[in-house]
Design a protein around this ligand. Structure first.
Ligand SMILES: Cc1ncc(COP(=O)(O)O)c(C=O)c1O
Length: 387
């Protein structure tokens, strides 16, 4: 449908396939393993902290950079989990989710014509945000079966026009957690080509087995040129609260704070107090989150393997990217329509996560951030896919 009022910069972005699949799932009563948010609640103690913050009059505009209590909690969390020393006054900015942090970073650091390296498949806001800021996305494709960056392709992506690299680890949707060798190569290239690094670490607490989440900001020479971004949504199963943050040197924060000030200005005040409490939950909470997701991952992997889909076990995040090459569908869009209408399970064809869309046409994303009943109902239905 043509829309003469829509600005030119927005043309060329079709409505997202997420909306189509969700509508189909609802109409067909399908089990929804498409949408990447939990169908269970976050910790009661954190919800109680939000109620208390509202009762205690934390209801007016927050300080633009974030309430001091939350910035202190973010700094203490960085020290506790990574031994990272962070100055809460000058090196932290609170945003409305990591999504806002990504937007702020695009507009704070990209000049028109600058090249921005990213791994594809990429979270669906990255490319539009880079382009709207005038940047040129340069994708490095993560391919099956192991979805790891090829060192030569990564090196070849860097050049004189490269301004920044956007790194997502643990990675949505492949589940790859970058290892020390990969992070070292990124650090080396950033310094060789004088490039800024932005890291999206929203799945930092959802990692499995021996995988360990590491911060690029802590690699030698990287603290001064890395902005670390994360948020509360995934770690506390409270995706609707939209509290995120950036950690990084003052020079980067002053640019981020300027964009934040001119757009959102301040993030929701009572939720900032509640997330400060969440970040101080004991280690046991984070261990339980990991264990709960690991059990769900294993269950869904087994259910998918039994159907003939090819799936690698993700090291982190809460998605499984499965291959449909054994099924008679040329494109994942058609496979997903069949899956939702005939089998009763919704999943996401990840072509929108790619610039080279053909790379994703034989892949389908399932999420396991769901209650056991939901996963069991999906597994029962998926059996019919094998038949
Ligand atoms: C990789 C990645 N980055 C950022 C976000 C958005 O985070 P938030 O809800 O904090 O804005 C998501 C949400 O799905 C994500 O998967």
């Amino acid at each position: 449908m043509s829309n003469r009022w829509m600005a030119a910069r927005l043309q060329g972005y079709p409505p997202s396939v997420f909306a189509e699949m969700s509508a189909l799932a609802k109409a067909r009563g399908a089990v929804n393993l498409g949408q990447g948010f939990p169908d269970f609640e976050g910790p009661e103690i954190v919800k109680q902290a939000a109620r208390a913050a509202i009762s205690e009059h934390h209801n007016q505009y927050a300080i633009s950079a974030g309430e001091p209590e939350l910035r202190r909690a973010i700094a203490d969390h960085a020290q506790r989990f990574y031994g990272q020393a962070v100055d809460p006054d000058h090196e932290v900015t609170v945003t409305s989710g990591c999504s806002e942090a990504i937007w702020c970073a695009a507009f704070a650091f990209i000049n028109p014509g600058d090249e921005v390296i990213l791994f594809e498949p990429a979270f669906d806001t990255y490319v539009p945000n880079i382009r709207m800021a005038g940047g040129v996305p340069v994708p490095v494709t993560l391919r099956p079966p192991d979805f790891r960056p090829d060192p030569d392709e990564l090196r070849a992506a860097f050049g004189p026009k490269t301004r920044l690299i956007l790194v997502n680890t643990p990675h949505n949707p492949t589940g790859t957690v970058l290892n020390p060798a990969e992070l070292s190569l990124i650090a080396e290239l950033c310094q060789e080509f004088d490039v800024l690094a932005i890291t999206d670490e929203v799945y930092e607490h959802i990692i499995f087995g021996d995988a360990r989440h590491r911060r690029l900001a802590q690699w030698p020479g990287m603290a001064e040129r890395t902005l670390t971004m994360s948020s509360a949504g995934k770690s506390f199963s409270l995706t609707g609260w939209k509290i995120g943050w950036t950690i990084g040197p003052e020079a980067l924060q002053s640019a981020i704070r300027r964009i934040h000030q001119f757009t959102v200005f301040a993030s929701v005040t009572p939720m900032q107090y509640a997330i400060a409490a969440a970040l101080r939950l004991p280690d046991g909470y984070f261990a339980e989150l990991r264990a709960a997701y690991q059990a769900r991952r294993d269950f869904l992997l087994e259910a998918l393997a039994a159907t003939g889909l090819t799936a690698r076990s993700p090291e982190g995040a809460y998605f499984i990217l499965a291959g449909i090459e054994r099924f008679p569908f040329d494109h994942a869009d058609d496979f997903c329509r069949y899956l939702v209408t005939e089998i009763g399970v919704a999943a996401i064809p990840p072509a929108t996560f790619y610039i080279h869309q053909a790379e994703g046409k034989q892949l389908v994303r399932f999420t396991f951030c769901k209650r056991w009943e939901t996963l069991e109902a999906a597994a029962e239905r998926l059996v019919r896919l094998r038949a």
